[in-house]
Write a protein that binds this ligand. Sequence first.
Ligand SMILES: Cc1cc2nc3c(=O)[nH]c(=O)nc-3n(C[C@H](O)[C@H](O)[C@H](O)COP(=O)(O)OP(=O)(O)OC[C@H]3O[C@@H](n4cnc5c(N)ncnc54)[C@H](O)[C@@H]3O)c2cc1C
Length: 457
Amino acid sequence: MTDTSADLVILGGGSGGYAAAFRAAELGLSVTLIEKDKLGGTCLHRGCIPTKALLHAAEVADTARDGEQFGVKTTFDGVDIAGVNKYKDAIISRLYKGLQGLAKSHKVNLVEGSGTFVGGTTVEVEGTRYTGKNVILATGSYSRTLPGLELGGRIIASEQALALDYVPKKAVVLGGGVIGVEFASVWASFGTEVTIVEALPRLVPAEDEFASKQLERAFRRRKIAFKTGVKFTGAKQDDNGVSVSLESGETLEADLLLVAVGRGPNTAGHGYEEAGVTMDRGFVLTDDRLRTNLPNVYAVGDIVPGLQLAHRGFAQGIFVAEEIAGLAPRAIDEAGIPRVTYSHPEVASVGLTEAQAKDKYGSDVVTFTYDLGGNGKSQILKTSGAIKLVKAPDGPVVGLHLVGDRVGELIGEAQLIYNWEAFPEDVAPLIHAHPTQTEALGEAHLALAGKPLHVHS
Ligand SMILES: Cc1cc2nc3c(=O)[nH]c(=O)nc-3n(C[C@H](O)[C@H](O)[C@H](O)COP(=O)(O)OP(=O)(O)OC[C@H]3O[C@@H](n4cnc5c(N)ncnc54)[C@H](O)[C@@H]3O)c2cc1C
């Protein structure tokens, strides 16, 4: 058995793991990064990037279909899925090459293989032991299913949905969270008849109720069917299709059932439990410095309870690298992490929902909703939607919730407002270019500061 040492050993080369590796290398630490599949992990190969490429292709399909609304003669002749996949895969492969180049230029020792955490600060890969002064666990997540619902054939998870070589005629999407809603949006634009089934009472249930209502209204207009507050009871498949039964007694027939009921932590079989890492339902528990219960062992990304988002993984990876290097970085405020659902329309938010703010600050929380009907650029784009601000009593803006096409791009400003604890009076004097959708953020803050401009009273 050979034993190799480094300042830092990282298990898993996804968003969390590679961010930690690059930042630690920048800070002069020697880094070994162990990855059993491809550097970049879920986000690059099976998550953020491929789904957003499909969503962009979907937007192009909608634009082709709707040209007439803008006085332009276009026709939508259908989707060439091989062409869509080629476009998507080319983006992934370009970014993957870039990432491999970055690993090389940072002089990260990239070890290919499946690693097992064997305790202390050591990870073993096929008989070789890699011991660090510190270890980061970053093994990511997998698509969950429900008890008794086996994935296979016409019952698929997001990984298979991304690799389809045809557009389904009819699809049922189980789960109305981010991933379910994004696929429903893509398929509807591609011409699929989609029904979403969600056990909770509303779509995107983690968002402010306002956002769910806005999205549901838009989906109704797009003829995307959804059944909320209803439980799935079973699915049967044969050569012709899949039949999905619901607690209500109803049965839905489709070509495919996409199971999008959340992601579980990928922590089983990697030695964590055996080494004594404290876990809860498979998630690795950490303190706010991302330390596990074991000395010099940290965890980042989707295996740590909280938002399962790539940029949270990046931030946590950078945080731990800086912590290990002695820079004492500021702890990450989970509520300050921006969240975007890239459906048509988009849903974006940062900070607290109105309900969370009321729990924290009491019933005197102030809210203001600005309709995109008053925003010139949104009218030009023909998108409807709104922005809702949530403000602490006599305090800063503590929640921003946005719905509408392209509002994901506004989250950059929204997250500065939240994270810098801005008062409406701080934002009101800042000038927003006209005509942009950012003006809607400006207008909402002007109104909350008591000087509304384009607002009907
Ligand atoms: C369909 C979909 C769409 C998404 N869209 C977005 C989005 O738009 N925006 C966003 O922010 N997030 C999105 N996400 C979530 C995002 O992909 C994850 O939050 C992110 O990838 C988590 O990073 P991670 O480093 O924790 O894990 P991962 O990216 O899963 O990486 C973990 C890595 O560890 C490796 N590994 C696991 N076990 C071992 C082992 N024993 N030995 C060696 N290597 C191992 C795996 O091969 C993998 O490469 C999406 C996810 C999905 C599924």
